[in-house]
Design a protein around this ligand. Structure first.
Ligand SMILES: [Zn+2]
Length: 263
């Protein structure tokens, strides 16, 4: 039974109960057609049904070259958004594959809480496309770390899953331990912009033994969702302080108001 052998060998199977659950899940996977990650209709292959796929909102130019926020009209090459000038982030450039909306939220939630790790290669492919310019100049990918307690509860880090997919497609290595979350922050959901910033204040650190993965290197932070940008900003600040040569950000979905105009 090669499938059962694979399940038992999986690093996520740590106990007999885990094994039973994994076998049940695999049996269901084999017996039932895969479901659309958003509307849960059966689909051919994996991922989204054609209807949900057509509603996805990919982010393409024109956008702010610094923050990656889409513009409603093309202001010309290299124009920055008002936010990028008034409140420049700690990172150099941010890129995102899609806007955060009903469909992309369903994908993120399925990956994070729904055991739909099969979605990571597809989401990573869209991210690789959105970030091809920054990936071409990158030395390593740095997934935004979870606090060890949250990672233990969830069993995996969704940003690391996305980084693994992007690394396989782009050939850029992963520096998984470059950054450590030293503070167990509360969830950012429901917090104001300034509360989000103070929530992640001092949350990330480059440990002494990780400096070699950071000093003088061009790094790309990987995360699933960008809302206020406070989390990746805190990460970028820690990496810059430790001596990174450049820090860019690559996100699956970002919150972006429709109809943004350039200055
Ligand atoms: Zn669907």
């Amino acid at each position: 039974m090669p499938i059962l052998a694979n399940i038992a060998a999986s690093p996520r199977v740590k106990s007999a109960a885990d094994l039973a659950r994994a076998i049940l899940r695999t049996t269901l996977d084999l017996a039932l057609p895969p479901l659309c990650a958003s509307c849960r209709e059966p689909v051919e292959g994996r991922g989204l049904c054609p209807s949900c796929w057509s509603k996805l909102s990919f982010i393409t130019r024109p956008y702010c070259e610094r923050l990656g926020i889409p513009f409603a009209y093309d202001p010309g090459a290299g124009i920055l958004s008002m936010e990028a000038i008034a409140d420049p982030p700690s990172y150099n450039r941010a890129r995102a594959a899609v806007r955060f909306d009903e469909i992309s939220r369903a994908l993120v939630h399925s990956l994070k809480y729904g055991d739909r790790l099969d979605l990571a290669p597809m989401m990573g492919r869209w991210m690789s496309r959105a970030g091809h310019e920054i990936l071409a100049e990158a030395d390593a990918l740095v997934p935004v770390p979870l606090h060890w307690r949250r990672q233990w509860a969830r069993r995996f880090n969704q940003s690391a899953m996305l980084a693994t997919a992007i690394s396989a497609q782009s050939g850029v290595a992963i520096a998984a331990r470059a950054l450590t979350r030293i503070k167990a922050t509360v969830q950012q959901v429901g917090l104001s912009r300034s509360e989000r910033a103070s929530n992640v204040q001092g949350a990330f650190k480059v440990l002494e033994e990780s400096k070699g993965a950071v000093v003088g290197r061009r790094l790309v932070l990987i995360d699933d969702v960008l809302t206020s940008g406070a989390t990746v900003d805190g990460c970028a600040r820690a990496l810059n302080r430790a001596g990174a040569a450049n820090v860019d950000v690559l996100i699956f979905a970002r919150v972006a108001d429709p109809g943004r105009t350039a200055i």
